[in-house]
Design a binder for this molecule. Structure first.
Ligand SMILES: Nc1ncnc2c1ncn2[C@@H]1O[C@H](COP(=O)(O)OP(=O)(O)OP(=O)(O)O)[C@@H](O)[C@H]1O
Length: 456
Protein backbone atom coordinates (compact mmCIF):
# COMPACT_ATOMS: atom_id res chain seq x y z
CA UNK A 1 0.00 0.00 0.00
CA UNK A 2 1.46 3.38 -1.00
CA UNK A 3 1.40 6.56 1.08
CA UNK A 4 -1.25 7.95 -1.25
CA UNK A 5 -3.68 5.14 -0.35
CA UNK A 6 -3.53 6.05 3.34
CA UNK A 7 -4.46 9.76 2.81
CA UNK A 8 -7.78 10.99 4.03
CA UNK A 9 -10.09 11.39 1.05
CA UNK A 10 -12.96 13.83 0.70
CA UNK A 11 -15.35 10.88 0.60
CA UNK A 12 -13.97 9.58 3.89
CA UNK A 13 -14.34 13.02 5.43
CA UNK A 14 -17.97 13.19 4.31
CA UNK A 15 -18.72 9.82 5.87
CA UNK A 16 -17.01 10.78 9.12
CA UNK A 17 -18.85 14.07 9.41
CA UNK A 18 -22.21 12.66 8.38
CA UNK A 19 -21.94 9.92 11.01
CA UNK A 20 -20.14 11.93 13.66
CA UNK A 21 -21.30 11.46 17.20
CA UNK A 22 -22.25 15.10 17.38
CA UNK A 23 -24.75 17.00 15.35
CA UNK A 24 -22.96 19.45 13.10
CA UNK A 25 -23.93 22.69 11.41
CA UNK A 26 -21.73 25.02 9.39
CA UNK A 27 -22.68 28.61 8.52
CA UNK A 28 -21.07 31.25 6.31
CA UNK A 29 -20.05 34.74 7.47
CA UNK A 30 -23.67 35.92 7.20
CA UNK A 31 -25.02 33.12 9.34
CA UNK A 32 -26.55 31.22 6.43
CA UNK A 33 -26.34 27.45 6.62
CA UNK A 34 -23.88 25.81 4.24
CA UNK A 35 -23.91 22.35 5.81
CA UNK A 36 -25.95 20.45 8.38
CA UNK A 37 -25.45 16.73 8.98
CA UNK A 38 -28.24 14.18 8.58
CA UNK A 39 -28.82 13.36 12.23
CA UNK A 40 -29.16 17.03 13.18
CA UNK A 41 -31.67 17.59 10.35
CA UNK A 42 -33.57 14.51 11.39
CA UNK A 43 -33.85 15.63 15.01
CA UNK A 44 -35.10 19.06 14.05
CA UNK A 45 -37.33 17.59 11.37
CA UNK A 46 -35.93 19.42 8.35
CA UNK A 47 -34.61 18.29 4.98
CA UNK A 48 -30.81 18.66 4.76
CA UNK A 49 -30.99 20.00 1.21
CA UNK A 50 -33.68 22.54 1.93
CA UNK A 51 -31.85 24.10 4.85
CA UNK A 52 -28.86 25.12 2.74
CA UNK A 53 -28.82 28.89 2.24
CA UNK A 54 -31.35 29.56 4.99
CA UNK A 55 -30.41 31.81 7.87
CA UNK A 56 -29.53 29.62 10.83
CA UNK A 57 -32.07 31.39 13.08
CA UNK A 58 -34.87 30.20 10.78
CA UNK A 59 -33.87 26.58 11.27
CA UNK A 60 -32.41 26.15 14.76
CA UNK A 61 -34.15 27.30 17.91
CA UNK A 62 -32.17 29.57 20.26
CA UNK A 63 -29.09 29.31 18.07
CA UNK A 64 -26.19 31.71 18.48
CA UNK A 65 -24.19 30.72 15.42
CA UNK A 66 -24.95 34.07 13.74
CA UNK A 67 -23.65 35.87 16.84
CA UNK A 68 -20.47 33.81 16.80
CA UNK A 69 -19.68 34.82 13.22
CA UNK A 70 -20.40 38.42 14.14
CA UNK A 71 -18.23 38.45 17.26
CA UNK A 72 -15.60 35.96 16.05
CA UNK A 73 -15.52 34.44 19.53
CA UNK A 74 -15.99 30.77 20.28
CA UNK A 75 -18.59 29.53 22.75
CA UNK A 76 -17.90 26.18 24.31
CA UNK A 77 -20.16 23.84 26.30
CA UNK A 78 -23.07 26.25 26.21
CA UNK A 79 -26.52 25.00 27.17
CA UNK A 80 -28.99 25.33 24.32
CA UNK A 81 -32.69 24.58 24.54
CA UNK A 82 -33.94 22.79 21.43
CA UNK A 83 -37.29 21.11 21.05
CA UNK A 84 -37.98 20.90 24.76
CA UNK A 85 -34.53 19.62 25.72
CA UNK A 86 -31.28 21.12 26.90
CA UNK A 87 -28.38 20.36 24.55
CA UNK A 88 -24.71 21.08 24.98
CA UNK A 89 -23.44 23.20 22.13
CA UNK A 90 -19.99 24.27 20.95
CA UNK A 91 -19.72 27.09 18.44
CA UNK A 92 -16.41 27.89 16.81
CA UNK A 93 -15.67 30.67 14.30
CA UNK A 94 -13.67 29.83 11.16
CA UNK A 95 -11.06 32.37 10.07
CA UNK A 96 -9.26 32.84 6.75
CA UNK A 97 -5.52 33.47 6.47
CA UNK A 98 -6.06 37.22 6.98
CA UNK A 99 -7.78 36.58 10.25
CA UNK A 100 -11.25 37.43 8.91
CA UNK A 101 -14.24 35.37 9.99
CA UNK A 102 -15.56 33.42 7.01
CA UNK A 103 -18.05 31.28 8.88
CA UNK A 104 -18.49 29.08 11.92
CA UNK A 105 -19.20 25.48 12.79
CA UNK A 106 -21.33 24.30 15.60
CA UNK A 107 -21.55 20.92 17.22
CA UNK A 108 -24.25 19.69 19.53
CA UNK A 109 -23.64 16.81 21.86
CA UNK A 110 -26.21 13.99 22.06
CA UNK A 111 -26.84 12.94 18.55
CA UNK A 112 -28.84 9.91 19.54
CA UNK A 113 -32.23 10.90 20.86
CA UNK A 114 -32.75 7.75 22.88
CA UNK A 115 -29.41 8.36 24.59
CA UNK A 116 -30.34 11.95 25.13
CA UNK A 117 -33.74 10.95 26.47
CA UNK A 118 -32.05 8.69 29.00
CA UNK A 119 -29.68 11.43 30.11
CA UNK A 120 -32.40 14.03 30.07
CA UNK A 121 -34.76 12.03 32.25
CA UNK A 122 -31.88 11.32 34.62
CA UNK A 123 -31.18 15.06 34.92
CA UNK A 124 -34.86 15.83 35.25
CA UNK A 125 -35.31 13.26 38.01
CA UNK A 126 -32.28 14.65 39.86
CA UNK A 127 -33.65 18.17 39.54
CA UNK A 128 -37.01 16.89 40.74
CA UNK A 129 -35.40 15.38 43.82
CA UNK A 130 -33.57 18.59 44.64
CA UNK A 131 -36.80 20.49 44.18
CA UNK A 132 -38.50 18.07 46.57
CA UNK A 133 -35.84 18.62 49.22
CA UNK A 134 -36.24 22.36 48.88
CA UNK A 135 -40.00 22.02 49.05
CA UNK A 136 -39.73 19.88 52.15
CA UNK A 137 -37.60 22.54 53.83
CA UNK A 138 -40.05 25.17 52.67
CA UNK A 139 -42.96 23.13 53.98
CA UNK A 140 -41.31 22.60 57.36
CA UNK A 141 -40.56 26.25 57.94
CA UNK A 142 -42.80 27.92 55.36
CA UNK A 143 -39.92 30.25 54.43
CA UNK A 144 -39.90 30.99 50.74
CA UNK A 145 -37.95 34.23 50.50
CA UNK A 146 -35.02 35.91 52.18
CA UNK A 147 -33.72 39.46 52.08
CA UNK A 148 -31.51 38.50 49.12
CA UNK A 149 -34.63 37.80 47.06
CA UNK A 150 -35.72 41.41 47.41
CA UNK A 151 -34.26 43.10 44.37
CA UNK A 152 -33.65 46.83 44.41
CA UNK A 153 -30.85 49.31 44.80
CA UNK A 154 -32.88 52.44 45.44
CA UNK A 155 -32.36 54.38 48.61
CA UNK A 156 -35.89 53.54 49.74
CA UNK A 157 -35.37 49.79 49.39
CA UNK A 158 -31.95 49.91 51.04
CA UNK A 159 -33.49 51.72 54.00
CA UNK A 160 -36.24 49.11 54.26
CA UNK A 161 -33.75 46.26 54.12
CA UNK A 162 -31.78 47.89 56.94
CA UNK A 163 -35.00 48.28 58.88
CA UNK A 164 -35.74 44.56 58.46
CA UNK A 165 -32.38 43.73 60.03
CA UNK A 166 -33.10 46.09 62.93
CA UNK A 167 -36.58 44.88 63.73
CA UNK A 168 -36.44 41.17 62.85
CA UNK A 169 -35.20 40.04 66.24
CA UNK A 170 -37.42 42.34 68.30
CA UNK A 171 -40.39 39.94 68.37
CA UNK A 172 -43.02 42.69 68.29
CA UNK A 173 -45.95 42.92 65.86
CA UNK A 174 -45.34 44.58 62.54
CA UNK A 175 -47.81 46.15 60.17
CA UNK A 176 -46.64 46.16 56.56
CA UNK A 177 -48.36 48.70 54.33
CA UNK A 178 -48.08 49.09 50.60
CA UNK A 179 -49.98 48.82 47.34
CA UNK A 180 -50.77 45.44 45.86
CA UNK A 181 -47.75 43.69 44.35
CA UNK A 182 -45.10 45.79 46.10
CA UNK A 183 -43.58 42.80 47.89
CA UNK A 184 -45.30 42.84 51.29
CA UNK A 185 -45.19 39.07 51.52
CA UNK A 186 -41.51 38.99 50.53
CA UNK A 187 -40.68 41.35 53.39
CA UNK A 188 -42.76 39.34 55.85
CA UNK A 189 -40.80 36.17 54.96
CA UNK A 190 -37.49 38.01 55.27
CA UNK A 191 -38.37 39.38 58.71
CA UNK A 192 -39.23 35.89 59.90
CA UNK A 193 -36.12 34.40 58.35
CA UNK A 194 -33.88 36.86 60.21
CA UNK A 195 -35.74 36.51 63.51
CA UNK A 196 -35.03 34.14 66.37
CA UNK A 197 -38.07 32.19 65.22
CA UNK A 198 -36.52 31.30 61.84
CA UNK A 199 -36.34 27.57 62.57
CA UNK A 200 -40.02 27.57 63.50
CA UNK A 201 -42.95 27.78 61.08
CA UNK A 202 -43.96 30.77 58.99
CA UNK A 203 -47.70 30.49 58.39
CA UNK A 204 -49.66 32.70 56.04
CA UNK A 205 -53.35 33.46 56.02
CA UNK A 206 -55.01 35.74 53.51
CA UNK A 207 -57.94 37.17 55.44
CA UNK A 208 -59.66 38.40 52.26
CA UNK A 209 -59.53 35.02 50.53
CA UNK A 210 -61.42 33.07 53.23
CA UNK A 211 -65.20 33.38 53.54
CA UNK A 212 -66.24 35.07 56.76
CA UNK A 213 -67.91 31.97 58.28
CA UNK A 214 -64.74 29.88 57.77
CA UNK A 215 -62.22 32.43 58.98
CA UNK A 216 -62.66 31.64 62.66
CA UNK A 217 -61.95 27.93 62.24
CA UNK A 218 -59.07 28.71 59.86
CA UNK A 219 -57.48 30.95 62.47
CA UNK A 220 -58.29 29.06 65.67
CA UNK A 221 -59.15 25.55 64.47
CA UNK A 222 -62.00 23.40 65.70
CA UNK A 223 -62.65 20.34 67.85
CA UNK A 224 -64.04 17.09 66.50
CA UNK A 225 -67.82 17.32 66.20
CA UNK A 226 -67.82 21.12 66.58
CA UNK A 227 -70.28 21.42 63.70
CA UNK A 228 -71.79 19.27 60.97
CA UNK A 229 -69.14 18.49 58.41
CA UNK A 230 -66.29 18.99 60.91
CA UNK A 231 -63.36 16.67 60.22
CA UNK A 232 -62.73 13.67 62.46
CA UNK A 233 -60.11 14.57 65.02
CA UNK A 234 -60.78 18.29 64.52
CA UNK A 235 -58.50 20.74 62.77
CA UNK A 236 -55.57 22.85 63.92
CA UNK A 237 -55.92 26.54 63.29
CA UNK A 238 -53.22 28.75 61.78
CA UNK A 239 -52.37 30.13 65.24
CA UNK A 240 -51.51 26.67 66.52
CA UNK A 241 -49.64 25.79 63.35
CA UNK A 242 -47.58 28.94 63.78
CA UNK A 243 -46.84 28.21 67.46
CA UNK A 244 -43.27 29.28 68.19
CA UNK A 245 -43.05 30.97 64.80
CA UNK A 246 -44.68 33.76 62.81
CA UNK A 247 -48.24 34.21 61.58
CA UNK A 248 -48.54 36.43 58.52
CA UNK A 249 -52.03 37.90 58.28
CA UNK A 250 -52.35 39.29 54.78
CA UNK A 251 -55.14 41.77 53.93
CA UNK A 252 -55.98 42.30 57.58
CA UNK A 253 -58.06 45.36 56.65
CA UNK A 254 -60.61 42.98 55.11
CA UNK A 255 -61.39 41.24 58.40
CA UNK A 256 -64.90 41.70 59.82
CA UNK A 257 -65.40 43.49 63.14
CA UNK A 258 -66.45 40.34 65.08
CA UNK A 259 -63.32 38.54 63.86
CA UNK A 260 -61.19 41.55 64.78
CA UNK A 261 -62.38 41.18 68.38
CA UNK A 262 -61.47 37.48 68.45
CA UNK A 263 -58.08 38.17 66.91
CA UNK A 264 -57.33 40.91 69.41
CA UNK A 265 -58.20 38.59 72.31
CA UNK A 266 -55.85 35.92 70.95
CA UNK A 267 -53.05 38.46 70.59
CA UNK A 268 -53.51 40.02 74.00
CA UNK A 269 -53.94 36.84 75.96
CA UNK A 270 -51.59 34.62 73.97
CA UNK A 271 -54.23 31.91 73.81
CA UNK A 272 -56.74 30.67 71.30
CA UNK A 273 -60.01 28.84 71.64
CA UNK A 274 -60.74 26.37 68.84
CA UNK A 275 -64.40 26.29 67.78
CA UNK A 276 -66.20 23.79 70.04
CA UNK A 277 -63.33 23.60 72.59
CA UNK A 278 -63.95 23.84 76.31
CA UNK A 279 -60.73 25.53 77.27
CA UNK A 280 -58.28 27.83 75.54
CA UNK A 281 -54.84 26.76 74.34
CA UNK A 282 -51.67 28.74 74.97
CA UNK A 283 -49.80 29.86 71.85
CA UNK A 284 -46.63 31.81 71.28
CA UNK A 285 -46.96 33.56 67.96
CA UNK A 286 -45.51 36.70 66.45
CA UNK A 287 -47.93 38.41 64.10
CA UNK A 288 -46.92 40.27 60.98
CA UNK A 289 -49.96 41.84 59.34
CA UNK A 290 -50.22 43.46 55.93
CA UNK A 291 -52.76 45.64 54.23
CA UNK A 292 -53.31 48.07 51.43
CA UNK A 293 -56.38 49.56 53.10
CA UNK A 294 -56.50 53.01 54.75
CA UNK A 295 -56.88 51.65 58.30
CA UNK A 296 -56.87 55.10 59.91
CA UNK A 297 -59.83 56.18 57.79
CA UNK A 298 -61.54 52.86 58.46
CA UNK A 299 -61.12 53.47 62.20
CA UNK A 300 -62.87 56.83 61.85
CA UNK A 301 -65.69 55.07 60.05
CA UNK A 302 -65.73 52.37 62.76
CA UNK A 303 -64.83 49.65 60.29
CA UNK A 304 -61.52 48.84 61.96
CA UNK A 305 -61.05 48.58 65.71
CA UNK A 306 -58.69 51.09 67.33
CA UNK A 307 -57.48 48.59 69.92
CA UNK A 308 -56.52 46.03 67.27
CA UNK A 309 -54.85 48.74 65.21
CA UNK A 310 -52.62 49.80 68.12
CA UNK A 311 -51.88 46.16 68.94
CA UNK A 312 -50.57 45.34 65.45
CA UNK A 313 -49.16 48.73 64.55
CA UNK A 314 -46.21 48.55 66.93
CA UNK A 315 -43.72 48.95 64.11
CA UNK A 316 -45.08 50.50 60.92
CA UNK A 317 -43.44 49.38 57.73
CA UNK A 318 -44.32 51.18 54.51
CA UNK A 319 -43.24 49.71 51.16
CA UNK A 320 -43.04 52.29 48.37
CA UNK A 321 -44.82 51.73 45.10
CA UNK A 322 -42.70 50.94 42.06
CA UNK A 323 -43.30 54.39 40.56
CA UNK A 324 -41.72 55.93 43.66
CA UNK A 325 -38.51 54.03 42.96
CA UNK A 326 -38.22 53.84 39.19
CA UNK A 327 -34.44 53.53 39.56
CA UNK A 328 -35.03 49.90 40.58
CA UNK A 329 -36.81 49.05 37.32
CA UNK A 330 -33.76 48.14 35.24
CA UNK A 331 -32.41 45.83 37.95
CA UNK A 332 -35.82 44.19 38.37
CA UNK A 333 -36.22 43.78 34.60
CA UNK A 334 -32.82 42.12 34.38
CA UNK A 335 -33.68 39.88 37.33
CA UNK A 336 -37.00 38.76 35.82
CA UNK A 337 -35.47 38.19 32.36
CA UNK A 338 -32.88 35.90 33.91
CA UNK A 339 -35.42 34.14 36.08
CA UNK A 340 -37.81 33.50 33.19
CA UNK A 341 -35.04 32.49 30.76
CA UNK A 342 -33.73 29.99 33.30
CA UNK A 343 -37.17 28.48 33.65
CA UNK A 344 -37.99 28.37 29.95
CA UNK A 345 -34.56 27.87 28.38
CA UNK A 346 -34.88 31.06 26.33
CA UNK A 347 -31.81 33.16 25.78
CA UNK A 348 -32.46 36.85 26.14
CA UNK A 349 -29.57 38.86 27.41
CA UNK A 350 -30.98 42.32 28.00
CA UNK A 351 -33.50 44.98 27.11
CA UNK A 352 -33.13 47.80 24.58
CA UNK A 353 -32.81 51.36 25.82
CA UNK A 354 -36.13 52.34 24.26
CA UNK A 355 -37.96 49.47 25.91
CA UNK A 356 -36.42 50.32 29.27
CA UNK A 357 -37.51 53.90 28.74
CA UNK A 358 -41.11 52.80 28.19
CA UNK A 359 -40.95 50.51 31.23
CA UNK A 360 -39.57 53.32 33.38
CA UNK A 361 -42.29 55.77 32.38
CA UNK A 362 -45.24 53.48 32.94
CA UNK A 363 -47.18 53.98 36.19
CA UNK A 364 -47.26 50.33 37.31
CA UNK A 365 -50.58 50.19 39.20
CA UNK A 366 -49.91 46.50 39.86
CA UNK A 367 -46.31 47.22 40.91
CA UNK A 368 -43.69 44.45 40.79
CA UNK A 369 -46.21 41.67 40.22
CA UNK A 370 -47.37 43.49 37.09
CA UNK A 371 -43.78 44.10 35.98
CA UNK A 372 -42.97 40.40 36.32
CA UNK A 373 -46.03 39.46 34.25
CA UNK A 374 -45.17 41.97 31.54
CA UNK A 375 -41.58 40.69 31.30
CA UNK A 376 -42.79 37.10 31.22
CA UNK A 377 -45.08 37.81 28.26
CA UNK A 378 -42.37 39.86 26.53
CA UNK A 379 -39.79 37.06 26.87
CA UNK A 380 -42.23 34.65 25.23
CA UNK A 381 -42.93 37.05 22.38
CA UNK A 382 -39.29 37.95 21.76
CA UNK A 383 -37.43 36.53 18.83
CA UNK A 384 -34.11 38.30 19.24
CA UNK A 385 -31.49 38.61 21.93
CA UNK A 386 -32.93 41.75 23.46
CA UNK A 387 -36.39 42.69 24.65
CA UNK A 388 -37.65 45.46 22.39
CA UNK A 389 -40.49 47.97 22.60
CA UNK A 390 -42.51 45.91 20.12
CA UNK A 391 -43.02 43.04 22.58
CA UNK A 392 -44.37 45.31 25.30
CA UNK A 393 -48.15 45.66 25.65
CA UNK A 394 -49.76 48.37 23.52
CA UNK A 395 -51.28 50.16 26.50
CA UNK A 396 -47.81 50.61 27.92
CA UNK A 397 -46.38 52.07 24.75
CA UNK A 398 -49.28 54.46 24.45
CA UNK A 399 -49.21 55.65 28.02
CA UNK A 400 -47.02 58.49 29.04
CA UNK A 401 -46.39 59.26 32.65
CA UNK A 402 -44.22 61.99 34.01
CA UNK A 403 -41.00 60.79 35.65
CA UNK A 404 -41.28 63.02 38.71
CA UNK A 405 -38.03 64.18 40.23
CA UNK A 406 -35.69 62.61 37.71
CA UNK A 407 -35.94 65.13 34.87
CA UNK A 408 -36.19 68.87 34.41
CA UNK A 409 -39.40 70.37 33.02
CA UNK A 410 -37.65 71.08 29.71
CA UNK A 411 -36.49 67.45 29.39
CA UNK A 412 -39.95 66.18 30.32
CA UNK A 413 -41.58 68.36 27.67
CA UNK A 414 -39.02 67.25 25.08
CA UNK A 415 -39.70 63.61 25.91
CA UNK A 416 -43.44 64.16 25.63
CA UNK A 417 -42.93 65.82 22.24
CA UNK A 418 -40.80 62.91 21.04
CA UNK A 419 -43.37 60.37 22.22
CA UNK A 420 -46.21 62.26 20.53
CA UNK A 421 -44.33 62.30 17.24
CA UNK A 422 -43.30 58.63 17.38
CA UNK A 423 -46.80 57.46 18.22
CA UNK A 424 -48.49 59.63 15.60
CA UNK A 425 -46.06 58.42 12.95
CA UNK A 426 -46.78 54.82 13.94
CA UNK A 427 -50.51 55.43 13.81
CA UNK A 428 -50.36 56.92 10.30
CA UNK A 429 -47.87 54.43 8.87
CA UNK A 430 -45.06 56.95 8.76
CA UNK A 431 -46.99 59.42 6.62
CA UNK A 432 -45.22 62.69 7.47
CA UNK A 433 -47.83 64.98 5.95
CA UNK A 434 -50.72 63.45 7.90
CA UNK A 435 -48.58 63.27 11.05
CA UNK A 436 -47.72 66.98 10.80
CA UNK A 437 -51.37 67.82 10.22
CA UNK A 438 -52.53 65.73 13.16
CA UNK A 439 -49.97 67.38 15.42
CA UNK A 440 -50.93 70.82 14.15
CA UNK A 441 -47.46 71.74 12.88
CA UNK A 442 -45.97 72.36 9.45
CA UNK A 443 -44.20 69.62 7.56
CA UNK A 444 -40.87 71.46 7.79
CA UNK A 445 -41.30 71.87 11.50
CA UNK A 446 -41.96 68.13 11.77
CA UNK A 447 -38.74 67.41 9.86
CA UNK A 448 -36.83 69.70 12.20
CA UNK A 449 -38.21 67.87 15.20
CA UNK A 450 -37.45 64.46 13.67
CA UNK A 451 -33.86 65.57 13.28
CA UNK A 452 -33.70 67.03 16.78
CA UNK A 453 -35.05 63.87 18.42
CA UNK A 454 -33.08 61.57 16.10
CA UNK A 455 -36.24 59.80 14.99
CA UNK A 456 -35.61 57.49 11.97
N1 LIG B 1 -38.25 43.65 45.44
C1 LIG B 1 -38.66 42.56 44.76
N2 LIG B 1 -37.74 41.82 44.11
C2 LIG B 1 -38.12 40.74 43.40
N3 LIG B 1 -39.38 40.31 43.29
C3 LIG B 1 -40.33 40.99 43.93
C4 LIG B 1 -40.01 42.15 44.71
N4 LIG B 1 -41.15 42.62 45.24
C5 LIG B 1 -42.14 41.82 44.81
N5 LIG B 1 -41.65 40.83 44.02
C6 LIG B 1 -42.43 39.80 43.35
O1 LIG B 1 -43.68 40.38 43.03
C7 LIG B 1 -44.75 39.50 43.32
C8 LIG B 1 -45.70 40.11 44.33
O2 LIG B 1 -45.07 40.19 45.61
P1 LIG B 1 -45.89 40.01 46.97
O3 LIG B 1 -46.87 38.90 46.86
O4 LIG B 1 -44.90 39.97 48.08
O5 LIG B 1 -46.67 41.41 46.96
P2 LIG B 1 -47.79 41.89 47.98
O6 LIG B 1 -47.48 43.32 48.25
O7 LIG B 1 -47.85 40.97 49.15
O8 LIG B 1 -49.08 41.79 47.08
P3 LIG B 1 -50.64 41.69 47.55
O9 LIG B 1 -50.93 42.92 48.35
O10 LIG B 1 -51.38 41.69 46.25
O11 LIG B 1 -50.75 40.42 48.32
C9 LIG B 1 -44.12 38.20 43.78
O12 LIG B 1 -44.03 37.33 42.69
C10 LIG B 1 -42.74 38.61 44.24
O13 LIG B 1 -41.84 37.57 44.09
Amino acid sequence: MGVKDSLLTEEMMDTIIANAFEWIVVVNHEGNIIYMNDSYCEFIGVDNKEVIGKHVTEVIENTRMHEVVKAGKEELADLQYIKGNYMIANRVPIFNKNGEVIGAYGTVIFRDTSEWDKMNSHVKSMLGRIRNYLQEYEQQTGVKYTLEDIIGNSKLIKLLKDKVKQIAASDVSILIRGESGTGKELFAHSIHQLSNRSQMPFIKLNCAAIPEHLLESELFGYEEGAFTGAKKGGKKGKFMLADGGTLFLDEIGDMSLPMQIKLLRALQEGEVEPVGAIKPIQVNVRVIAATNRPLEKMMEEKRFRDDLYYRIHVIPFQIPSLRERTEDISLLVEHFIQKICKRTGRRITSVTEDALDVLSRYRWPGNIRELENVIQAAVHLSTGEKLTVEVLPDYMRDSYSIPIGSKSLKETLEDAEKQAIIQTLEKYQNDKLVTAKQLGISKSSLYEKLKKHKIQ
